[in-house]
Design a protein around this ligand. Structure first.
Ligand SMILES: [Ca+2]
Ligand SMILES: [Ca+2]
Ligand SMILES: [Ca+2]
Length: 137
């Protein structure tokens, strides 16, 4: 688990820095919906109204380069529209991610998605690379 991450049974939580430049929590549901909890900066968290599909892995980064951090949950892309609202822009693979990383693989200035999914029939992990087409290298 990443640094600063706590366990909320039965959900996994991971740190996510979002609206007010403090550390918010994304509670990932393995079968239930995932939810975002905003840190009020005074030690309390408020659950936002919007829910997300279930997923066991997430990544955060500014995918569309608008200055607001977006989310990948599973292989679903959620663009941050501000005010705690996220738009499901794309689901790029039906698979269940076992690892996700947003990184500018091709060096063109936008974040690309590197993922891994477990192939349950072979027991091997498939490495998946999705290039962000916002900027073309
Ligand atoms: Ca963004
Ligand atoms: Ca890129
Ligand atoms: Ca690109």
């Amino acid at each position: 688990m990443p640094k600063g991450c706590a366990q909320i049974v039965p959900k996994i939580c991971q740190e996510y820095q979002n609206i007010s430049n403090d550390i918010d929590l994304l509670a990932l549901g393995r079968t239930a919906k995932s939810a975002l909890w905003e840190n009020d900066g005074r030690g309390s968290f408020r659950r936002l109204d919007q829910t997300f599909d279930s997923g066991t892995r997430m990544a955060a980064g500014d995918i569309d380069l608008d200055g607001k951090k977006d989310l990948i949950i599973g292989f679903a892309v959620w663009l941050n529209r501000g005010g705690g609202r996220f738009e499901n822009a794309q689901t790029i693979s039906p698979g269940m991610a076992s690892a996700l990383e947003l990184v500018d693989i091709d060096g063109d200035g936008d974040l690309d998605l590197l993922g891994a999914e477990l192939d349950r029939t072979t027991g091997k992990a498939n490495l998946l690379l999705f290039l962000n087409t916002l900027r073309r290298s």
